[in-house]
Design a protein around this ligand. Structure first.
Ligand SMILES: [Zn+2]
Length: 56
């Protein structure tokens, strides 16, 4: 099992076996949206916050 450190809260985040680069996952500890910026080695970064303002 692959884990990486959450940049937000330092918790171990489990990386799914079928994860792909640029995939977004959520930290189970703090709920932050994280982007997998690299798989080898695994690196996580906070996902950019996207506001839903469609149709405005
Ligand atoms: Zn976290």
């Amino acid at each position: 099992m692959t884990t990486a450190t959450c940049p937000e809260c330092d918790a171990d985040v489990v990386i799914p076996a079928d994860a792909m680069e640029n995939e977004l996952i959520s930290c189970a500890e703090c709920g932050a949206e994280l982007e997998i910026i690299s798989l080898n080695p695994v690196e996580l970064d906070l996902a950019p916050e996207v506001e839903e303002d469609w149709g405005e």
